[in-house]
Write a protein that binds this ligand. Structure first.
Ligand code: AR6
Length: 188
């Protein structure tokens, strides 16, 4: 599914984010920035050891206590097609999301987009942050993700050429598609 908002294409696709050909991809990391399972594991394994090296540098300099939830940092993309990886940390939930968890998830998307803009990045792919190991309700997380991205596009018209959600399964793709249709109908 694809919609145009101002000069930006917002697209939803089913796939593996490590294959994405956007300038940047976003990693659903944890505060250690030392890798893990899910998207994080896939990005480090396909991207190669240089990404971890850069993450270690970031821990030594900017964030000795770990990357706080909702914040974002950038490394190169190593062997990936994407030139950059933006690492962010979503909230850990227990199913349905509290207002605080929604705010933290929104911060993770917004801070990733802001960092991309600072680095002159015009196309970016996101996974569905916090809906795997971090167990946030998929429907609620999809609404927060999409609304945050749409608000950013409206505040920064014509900055991004494409913002893409690369969703790993058909199930999560359909959750995002339904949420996007609901958000667009309401705002029409
Ligand atoms: N491409 C796109 N989406 C993927 C891929 C992939 N290659 N692999 C998994 N997903 P998760 P979280 C989907 O657990 O919930 C890690 O261990 C997956 O199906 O990767 O934010 C980190 O180190 C799900 O829909 O991220 C952290 O400790 C979504 O990506 C923790 O997990 C997010 O699942 C972060 O948990």
């Amino acid at each position: 599914m694809e919609v145009k908002i101002g000069g930006t294409t917002l697209s939803l696709v089913i796939g593996d984010i490590t294959q994405a050909d956007t300038e940047a991809i976003v990693n659903a990391a944890n505060p250690s920035l030392m890798g893990g399972g899910g998207v994080d594991g896939a990005i480090h394994s396909k991207g190669g050891p240089s990404i971890l090296q850069e993450c270690k540098k970031i821990r030594e300099t900017l964030y000795p206590d770990g990357l706080p939830t909702g914040e974002a940092v950038i490394t190169s993309g190593g062997n990936l097609k994407a030139k950059y990886v933006i690492h962010t940390v979503g909230p850990i939930c227990d199913g349905f999301m509290t207002e605080k968890e929604k705010q933290l998830l929104s911060n993770a998307y917004r801070n990733s987009l802001t960092l991309a803009k600072i680095h002159n990045i015009k196309s970016i792919s996101f996974p569905s942050i916090s809906t795997g190991a971090y167990r946030c309700d998929k429907k609620e997380a999809s609404k927060v993700a999409l609304q945050t991205v749409i608000d950013f596009i409206k505040e920064n018209p014509n900055w991004f050429k494409e913002i893409r959600f690369v969703l790993f399964t058909e199930d999560i793709y359909h959750v995002y598609k339904q949420s996007l249709e609901e958000i667009l109908n309401v705002s029409d």
